[in-house]
Design a protein around this ligand. Structure first.
Ligand SMILES: [Zn+2]
Length: 436
């Protein structure tokens, strides 16, 4: 089968992509490093006959690549298959291998981006190349998009392209991308593959407290640092209400059926706790969260400063946008000045022909496994593509070893992906894209 050529090159593609350092520090003034990776992808596509479009979005070096493979039925909406080329920073001193080596060792491809998400970019590229080489005509148009800046909000990637070059995605009705389709081992040889059907919304809050500046040796009743610290402590102690959303209910019901351990909808936290490593992420989809991530105040030991600032990473469930905002303002109190950047939640239903095609592709390669929906606690470029009316799924199939703490590898030290998971994923993706 022609998929063998794709399987044969996926590890090399992943390794070479990781070796191109595309660190995104989130500062728009730094020179974009995505260009080299985008040029690499464009060359790999051109080599087999695509005519990819290279777009630098808004700033130098923030390269994106889009290519289209025409399908059998132009009347059907296109399927967008997208992935991001940038990665978060990595400190070599903390790693067992150099994070930008792309080293293949002990059955894994190692390096920053190995799971987020140069693995998926490599799988997509391998399948796209094999389809073109073999003259495969998929059932509908496929749009392959390789994007910059996902790790800092997509301002030079998906978000920019949706605003400025929407014609590149013309006709797209559905999309697949990262953080879904990976396996979770629930019991001996009982595997579920979690497809992302929803994402929490994002609210990045900047907090500011003002007080009276003065000498640190005197009496002070209006201390900006103390005021802000107290507000953050109130927030840290607050528990947002538990809401059992549809994807989480379907996930926990499916897990109960697979494991034989019943799921009590009145106590979803108990069911989530049984999910092991995955409970850190799934647990965060039972309620809104707000974690303080930055704190900045003061400049000298004997000076009480007049302002203190902090940043809070807030994440709200679908349907909770207004309620979350109001609840936050109430907890923090009127003395704290708030400014926020928000991105909406994403949600679709777990049904229809595309979901059936995912399930069929997975079970053809892993008989007996089951696909289940879940909600991602974080956000992806899905938030931008949602604005084009595209129905979005996280589906990047990987069959993982039972003991691998997969979610901890995202942005983690010693990020790595099993070689056989990459090969498995390429086979599933090949089947899925032939049937989509
Ligand atoms: Zn990612």
């Amino acid at each position: 089968m022609s998929v063998e050529k794709a399987v044969a090159e996926v590890v090399t593609l992943a390794s070479e992509l990781i070796a191109i350092d595309t660190t995104n520090v989130g500062d728009p003034t730094t020179l974009g490093r995505e260009r080299a990776a985008a040029e690499y992808v464009a060359a790999k596509l051109s080599e087999v006959g695509y005519e990819p479009t290279y777009v630098e979005s808004g700033a130098r070096g923030r390269g994106n690549v889009v290519a289209r493979l025409p399908g059998a039925d132009p009347a059907r909406g296109a399927l967008l298959v997208h992935g991001h080329l940038d990665v978060v920073p990595a400190d070599p001193a903390e790693w067992s291998v150099h994070p930008f080596s792309g080293e293949v060792r002990d059955g894994y491809v190692w390096g920053r981006g190995a799971v987020d998400m140069k693995d998926v970019v490599a799988m997509t590229l391998a399948v796209a190349r094999s389809f073109k080489r073999d003259g495969v005509v998929p059932p509908r148009d496929l749009i392959f998009a390789f994007l910059a800046d996902e790790e800092a909000g997509g301002f030079y990637g998906a978000r920019w392209l949706v605003d400025n070059r929407p014609e590149l995605f013309e006709g797209a009705t559905e999309a697949i991308s990262e953080v879904g389709g990976f396996s979770v081992t629930l019991a001996d040889d009982v595997r579920a593959y979690l497809v992302e059907t929803a994402e929490k919304g994002v609210m990045w809050l900047r907090l500011l407290a003002r007080g009276t500046a003065g000498h640190g040796s005197m009496l002070h009743e209006d201390n900006a640092v103390a005021k802000l610290a107290a507000a953050i402590t109130r927030l840290e102690r607050h528990r947002f209400p538990l809401v059992l959303t549809e994807p989480v209910r379907e996930l926990l019901t499916g897990v109960a059926e697979l494991t034989g351990v019943p799921f009590d909808p009145d106590d979803p936290e108990a069911a989530v706790a049984r999910l092991g490593n995955l409970s850190r992420m799934i647990g965060a989809t039972l309620r809104d969260t707000a974690n303080v991530t930055m704190f900045e105040a003061g400049y000298k030991a004997n000076v009480v400063p007049s302002v203190a600032r902090a940043t809070v990473d807030g994440r709200m469930l679908p349907g909770r946008e207004k309620a979350f905002e109001a609840e936050l303002a109430e907890i923090l109190g009127p003395e704290i000045v708030l400014e926020w950047d928000s991105l909406p939640p994403v949600q679709t239903t777990f049904d229809g022909a595309l979901v059936e095609a995912m399930a069929a592709a997975v079970t053809a390669e892993d008989p007996g496994a089951r696909v289940l929906p879940y909600m991602l606690s974080a956000g992806t470029d899905a938030k931008s593509f949602q604005r084009l009316g595209v129905r979005h799924f996280g589906f990047s199939p990987l069959k993982l070893p039972p003991d691998l703490d997969f979610t901890a590898l995202f942005h983690g030290v010693d990020e790595r992906v099993p070689v056989d998971a990459l090969e498995f994923g390429t086979r599933v993706l090949d089947r899925f894209l032939r049937a989509c």
